[in-house]
Structures are given as structure tokens and as C-alpha cells.
Design a protein around this ligand. Structure first.
Ligand code: MG
Length: 402
């Protein structure tokens, strides 16, 4: 794999201005994902690089970053190298870790997590058209004044700067690899970006006006604005997570000689049947309760009280249908159901396929999405003595507009 274009992500900054509640700025949670994940994804989507060098702060951070990178960049290699005290030390570590065949390098401050894939492609295009040192930037629209002393303590004389021609630098900055290596090797000063080293050699630099906001996360107060930017269409945002709900249900009924046995909507030949107000279909009851539970709704007894004569001998498929309607009214549909029946007798294996068909019809769900297992209770306890039949149900529901 060619490694001509490499991106160095500087993730080791301390971010002290974020405050103590945010111990690692680039791992700050925004909408359930760490900031660094959005950033890496934007670079991966832009396709500008053949691989990454992530400059980390310490081993603890490296472990988290490595885990994050694997799924986001499964194809492009990600190298890890420890950074130094100052930003420039970290840049030098990153440059030293580049593969030998690298010709172009993009150096990016990971705190600029809202950089868009589109802006990134402009940086690569500028390098490919012959520029040797380029930076994303924006014009300064604020009025700018310089003060020799802090104007915060007491009034001091200020100097109004002409904002014409003033640009604020962003990252990434892109370079011909040999140029930035030579520039940093010669550079003696200190600077907050890498263009400074090239300028110190007396060489011109090229700016790319970024049409998208690309701020640097500095203070925790910036987070709401970041969350908005990361969801903007130009970031190709993550699709919203589907609304998923899990539910469980349990039911048990006594077995009694001479009663009909109905399980999963199927009449099963047996000299014993289940006792109950309705048809006592214990499996269907557990399933209906699981569906209601997943929606945060009360159990089936609330909808079909055993004191209601209208429910006497009722077909439990009606109960199940009602549970589905309630779920649907809450905006949820059943994805799958997994059911277990515990019965010492009769043998239920031969009836499982018929139960799947019956439940499938009530649920409006393919039989492949319904699991039914029948087990005995190994003669343990009352269930094992055949005193009753119990059933467990687990269901997954998904939001209808997910
Ligand atoms: Mg019941």
C-alpha cells in the first residue's frame, strides 16, 4: 500500500482551559461519541491520506485512541507515537514516525474536531497542484486590537490593527514532507503552528479559505456549538441511532387434569391443561408481557383483568394482538422474539413449528424471527413434578421511524 500522503493527528494537548471536568479534551463525549471519533471519521471520509500517525499523550490515552481507531479506519493504517511537552515536540515525534515513502504530510490539531471532509480535500488538491506549504484559514472579521499589557486589570492604551489582510490559521496544514522536515530542523523559535517554520526559511505559504467553521475546542462552553457543527450536513453526520427496546416476560400456570392445553396459539393434545381465566396460554402471555414491558407499559393483567367476565376463556392471541397495537401506538415494532417453555409434560418438540406459525400470524412477523425452545425442568421442584408450565420471553423492538 502506498504511503505517499500521511496525516499526523496531534491528540496529546492537555486542554487545561476545558476545566477539570474534562480530563481529556479530544475524548470529550459529544452526542455519545468521543470527539476524536468524529475527527478521524472526517479524515477517513475525505480519503486524502494513505495512513495516520496519531501522536498521543500517555499510555492510558493511547489505549483508548487505539480502540477507537480500529473500527473507524479499518483499512488505512494508524501508527501511534508518544508526543512531547510542547506542540512542536509532538510534531517532531509525528514527523519522525512517517514511513519512508511519504511525500506529503497533513498536520492537524485534534481539538479542531469539526473539520469537514470537503475542506480536507482542498488541502490535498493545493499540494497536488504544486504548493509546498498550505493551511486552512479564515479571514478575521472581528475588530482586532493589540495591548502591551493586560487590559483586563485596568485601562491601558491599545493599538487598533487593520483587519484587512489578517487571517486566522486553522489546521490541517499540508506540506511537502522534505520541506517541513527541513524547516523544523532549522527552526529555532517557538510557534503555535507549522507554517511558521516554513516562513522562517523565507518561503511563501498558501492559504485555503475554509468555507466551513473549523474552530478549536478550547473551553467547555464551546461544546454545545461543537455538537451542532458535528451534526451539520457538511460533516456527513452519523445516522441517528435506531431507537431500540428490549423486553422480557415471564408467566406460569398450573396444570390440571381434563383442561384443554393451548401453547403459542396451538391446541396440544394432552390429558392435562392449564388453569386460567383466559385460555391460559402461558407462552403467549409471557410474550405479550415482554412486548408491553419493552414499551414501558404495564402487564397484560391491566388490559385484561381476570375479574372481567368478558375475558373468560378468551383466545390469548387477542391479548398478544393488543400488546402489538399498544407498542405500535408508542412507535415501536417487534424485531424478534425468543421464547422458552418449561414443561415436564407433554412433549412439545413436535408442536414448535405450529406455534411459530400461529404466533407469526398474530405478530405479522416472519417465523424466522421467532425462536421457541421447549425444555423440561429435570424433575426439579414443583415444575419438575408437572405442577405447571412456565414460559420466558425476550423481545427486541425498534422505533418505527428509526
Ligand atoms: Mg398468564
Amino acid at each position: 500500500m502506498s504511503m505517499e500522503h500521511m496525516t499526523i493527528l496531534l491528540a496529546g494537548g492537555r486542554g487545561q482551559r476545558m476545566g477539570s471536568a474534562f480530563p481529556d479534551k479530544v475524548l470529550t463525549d459529544v452526542g455519545g461519541r468521543p470527539l476524536f471519533e468524529y475527527l478521524l471519521r472526517a479524515f477517513v471520509r475525505s480519503g486524502i491520506q494513505d495512513g495516520f500517525v496519531v501522536v498521543y499523550r500517555d499510555q492510558a490515552q493511547r489505549i483508548v485512541l487505539e480502540k477507537l481507531c480500529r473500527p473507524v479506519s479499518p483499512e488505512k493504517p494508524v501508527h501511534f507515537v508518544q508526543g512531547g511537552r510542547e506542540r512542536r515536540d509532538s510534531v517532531l515525534s509525528g514527523l519522525a514516525a512517517l514511513p519512508s515513502e511519504t511525500r506529503f504530510v497533513y498536520i492537524h490539531d485534534a481539538a479542531r474536531a469539526a473539520v469537514t471532509p470537503e475542506a480536507l480535500t482542498r488541502v490535498r488538491a493545493a499540494l497536488e497542484s504544486g504548493s509546498k506549504a498550505v493551511s486552512l484559514a479564515h479571514r478575521i472579521s472581528d475588530t482586532v486590537r493589540r495591548f502591551a499589557a493586560s487590559p483586563l486589570e485596568e485601562p491601558v492604551d491599545g493599538e487598533l490593527l487593520d483587519r484587512n489582510g489578517l487571517w486566522a490559521m486553522e489546521t490541517p496544514q499540508g506540506f511537502q514532507r522534505t520541506l517541513i522536515e527541513e524547516a523544523h530542523a532549522r527552526f529555532a523559535g517557538s510557534a503555535t503552528d507549522d507554517l511558521a517554520a516554513v516562513e522562517a526559511m523565507g518561503l511563501p505559504v498558501r492559504l485555503i479559505e475554509n468555507p466551513h467553521p473549523n474552530p478549536k475546542l478550547t473551553r467547555s462552553a464551546d461544546l454545545p456549538a461543537f455538537a451542532t457543527l458535528l451534526q451539520s450536513p457538511s460533516m456527513e453526520p452519523y445516522p441517528p441511532s435506531p431507537r431500540l427496546r428490549v423486553g422480557n416476560g415471564y408467566d406460569i400456570h398450573r396444570l390440571k387434569e381434563g383442561l384443554p392445553l393451548v401453547l403459542g396459539g396451538v391446541s396440544i393434545p394432552s390429558d392435562h391443561g392449564l388453569e386460567g381465566h383466559s385460555d391460559a396460554d402461558v407462552l403467549t402471555h409471557a410474550l405479550a408481557d415482554a412486548i408491553l414491558g419493552a414499551c414501558g407499559l404495564p402487564d397484560i393483567g391491566t388490559y385484561f383483568p381476570n375479574t372481567d367476565p368478558a375475558c373468560k376463556g378468551m383466545d390469548s392471541q387477542l391479548i398478544l394482538r393488543k400488546a402489538c397495537e399498544e407498542a405500535s401506538a408508542k412507535g415501536f415494532n417487534l424485531v424478534n422474539a425468543d421464547l422458552s417453555i418449561i414443561a415436564e409434560k407433554p412433549k412439545l418438540g413436535p408442536h414448535v413449528a405450529a406455534m411459530k406459525t400461529a404466533l407469526s400470524r398474530t405478530l405479522g412477523l416472519g417465523p424466522e424471527a421467532i425462536g421457541i425452545k421447549a425444555t423440561t425442568h429435570e424433575r426439579i421442584g414443583a415444575l419438575g413434578q408437572g405442577a405447571g408450565i412456565a414460559a420466558y420471553a425476550t423481545v427486541l423492538l425498534a422505533g418505527v421511524n428509526a
